[in-house]
Design a protein around this ligand. Structure first.
Ligand code: AHR
Length: 671
């Protein structure tokens, strides 16, 4: 960033520092602002903007799902974490009167339940669940409690439930009874008298004897669309507000797993929630500096819920499947080629699950789960961040099998990770591109985790990229303020501004780049492993970062066709600290200009528009901050957020003053 600022200063542009005296920068800087004129030709088309252009990358990292999007408040509800009582505290007198005994079942999809043996109640026998860094409990809102229970000898006949605030005071209580010697689900509702982000739940067993319990669950009732087993509405709303073109899931490295036993297996994530195979999350132990021993995947959100979410968001579902390789940053374990069949079958069955008739095995399951209509899957990723010939050897048979049965499915192929961070990265990418030129997957996925300077200096990255026939999915990128995966990275305004600049280059190359997404998406303020992230939350609240608002402004103003926007016959790729792109929106009959000012001074801009007559009023959506280090926080979630203003143009010329350090989207009628 400094390089570019110095460059601007070196050009002798009149710079006025923000005075911070209560007026907006544009009010104080009119006289000294530099001035630049750009040429736009609305009659020419550079590229069509695909509806998929701006989307969402979803991975269960940073407690994004369990403890985040998934509204379940109980951690380790089925006692199937490696340590059966992780997340639970035994409530009993010291001594042998009460025992908690994890019992293994013969069911590989529901491997354990908890047996409670009470010989002597003493001062009480119970369990406390700590939630995910606490439970977010809401005053006046009914919370649905349920438990699977079987009484051994009939002497424990009831369970008392208490919700507690962070001080340990009871803020709701209830009771379920009727326990008998058959497994059954008992339910009740609790309405807290207080809101607390750090609540807990206690369950107390009444009587002396044996009782078996499983699937102890507590859900708030204000889930997205009020669904049972639902999602946190505030988090889904932030996604919906982005108007994403696609939803990529479930990752990310989580697709690959630390080793193959921990890979993401979609079939383990569908069907009844208590029959989903709890699996350790590979981010549990990935970073020594951010250990998360309580991070597991309950798969309460599994592939059905991902498809449903994509449908809710009117986004194309983009599942990514394991291709017989574990994460190459971890074990890189490979399935032998002669044992690849289950992976191939997983791919074929997934397409049947998403699109198949309800007479088919997997289509029937989809219908049983509540969605007889197909999900209309069009794209499938084979492998996440794979590289090397071992990837190609596994990719080819999987893709051949998919294409033989479902030729219409578009395949997404990987190019490894960001070339700058994996072993021999650039060479590996080159190697794969040679293969992709030959095999021509419909879409190739590229990732960039670099510093803000790189993002600003490479807005022309795709301008001269070879057009090989494959489209590009710039599937993971984020400016790193300190270094890749450094715990000190911040979602500050400098990173967001640099991403806004980079995106002008992606949009200008929309003939090639048809999909793009920031990564990772979500982070729990206390439970995160990786930063920066697009959206942060705690147990009750959430906010979009400055980076989020950049994405949102692009995604909600895509236009339908890219048109030329130039200065002195060249695209605007950083001259005078400015980056710009233009589209026309044939549905709205508007011209859309996205322009980034990375300088610390205001800039007067004007646009000579050929090929269309523009309207008299321009709408500007402006995202800016005087401080490059500024960040949004849970307390100040909208500190950096867009404001919209309308301006009547003085003449027939489209002119607008850009604020210092700003990203602006201008929309004007163009006929
Ligand atoms: O976004 C975080 C991780 O970065 C993803 O899991 C992986 O694909 C990439 O290396």
């Amino acid at each position: 960033m400094n390089k570019i600022i110095n460059q601007i200063l070196g050009l002798g542009v009149g710079v006025v520092l923000a005075c911070g005296c209560g007026t907006t920068p544009s009010e104080t800087q009119t006289e000294t602002a530099a001035s630049h004129t750009f040429q736009i030709d609305a009659s020419k088309t550079i590229a069509k903007v695909e509806p998929t252009m701006y989307g969402i990358f979803f991975e269960d990292i940073n407690f994004a799902i369990d403890g985040g999007l998934y509204a379940e408040l109980v951690k380790n509800r089925s006692f199937e974490f490696d340590k059966p009582l992780r997340g639970w505290t035994e409530l009993k007198d010291k001594g042998l009167g009460v025992r908690f005994l994890p019992i293994n079942t013969n069911n590989p999809r529901n491997t354990r339940f908890m047996r409670v043996q009470i010989e002597d109640q003493g001062s009480g026998a119970g369990l406390l669940n700590e939630g995910f860094r606490g439970m977010g409990l809401k005053e006046g809102l009914p919370h649905n409690f349920s438990i699977q229970v079987r009484g051994g000898d009939g002497k424990v006949s009831a369970i008392r439930i208490e919700l507690l605030d962070s001080k340990g005071e009871v803020i709701a209580n209830s009771r379920v009874d009727g326990i008998n010697n058959e497994w059954q689900t008992l339910t009740t509702s609790l309405t807290p008298s207080k809101t607390d982000a750090k609540g807990t739940m206690k369950i107390w067993f009444e009587g002396e004897g044996t009782v078996d319990i499983d699937m102890v669950s507590l859900f708030p009732t204000d889930t997205w669309k009020g669904r049972k087993n639902g999602l946190r509405a505030d988090l889904v709303q932030l996604l919906a507000d982005m108007d994403p073109g696609f939803l990529r899931f479930p990752g990310g490295c989580i697709v690959e797993g630390f080793d193959l036993s921990q890979r993401y297996q979609w079939k383990n994530t569908v069907g009844d929630v208590d029959e989903r195979v709890v699996t350790i999350n590979r981010w549990n132990f990935e970073f020594d500096h951010r250990p998360a021993p309580d991070y597991y995947q309950s798969f309460g959100v599994g592939f059905y819920e991902y498809f449903l979410l994509a449908e809710d968001l009117e986004a194309e579902p983009v599942p990514i499947l394991n291709c017989g390789m574990a994460c190459q940053f971890n074990t890189g374990e490979l399935v032998p080629l002669d044992q690849l069949d289950p992976y191939i079958q997983d791919a074929l069955d997934l397409i049947e699950f998403a699109n198949g008739s309800t007479d088919s095995k997997w289509g029937e399951l989809r219908a049983d789960m509540g969605h007889p209509e197909p999900f209309n899957l069009k794209m499938l990723g084979v492998g996440n961040e794979q590289w090397g010939p071992q990837y190609v050897e596994r990719y080819v048979p999987i893709v051949n099998a998919v294409k033989a049965k479902y030729p219409e499915i578009q395949i997404i192929a990987a190019t490894g990770s960001d070339g700058s961070i994996f072993p021999n990265g650039e060479e590996e990418i080159e190697y794969l591109w040679k293969v992709w030129k030959r095999l021509k997957p419909e879409i190739v996925d590229e990732h960039f985790y670099r510093n803000p300077d790189w993002f600003m200096e490479n807005t022309d990255w795709y301008d001269n990229y070879e057009r090989t026939g494959s489209k590009l999915f710039v599937g993971e990128w984020a400016a790193q303020s300190v270094g890749v995966a450094s715990p000190d990275n911040k979602n500050n305004w400098e990173t967001a501004l640099s991403e806004a600049a980079f995106l002008t280059g992606l949009e200008r190359n929309a003939d090639l780049v048809t999909m793009t997404s920031y990564a990772p998406l979500f982070a729990h303020a206390e439970g995160w492993q990786w930063t920066p992230d697009l959206i942060w939350f705690d147990n009750l609240d959430s906010y979009g970062t400055a980076n989020y608002y950049v994405q949102k402004m692009y995604a909600t103003n895509p236009g339908t066709h890219v048109i030329p926007l130039e200065k002195d016959g060249k695209p605007v790729t950083g001259q005078n600290g400015l980056y710009a792109t233009a589209t026309r929106d044939e549905n709205a009959g508007e011209l859309i200009i996205k322009i980034v000012n990375t300088g610390e001074a205001a800039v007067e801009t004007s646009f000579d528009v050929a090929g269309a007559t523009i309207g008299a009023e321009v709408t500007a959506e402006v995202l800016s901050s005087k401080e490059l280090e500024a960040v949004n926080t849970l307390d100040e979630g909208n500190k950096i957020s867009p404001r919209t203003e309308k301006k009547t143009l003085d003449s027939e010329k489209l002119a607008y003053q850009l604020e210092p350090y700003s990203f602006t989207v201008l929309r004007v009628e163009a006929k």
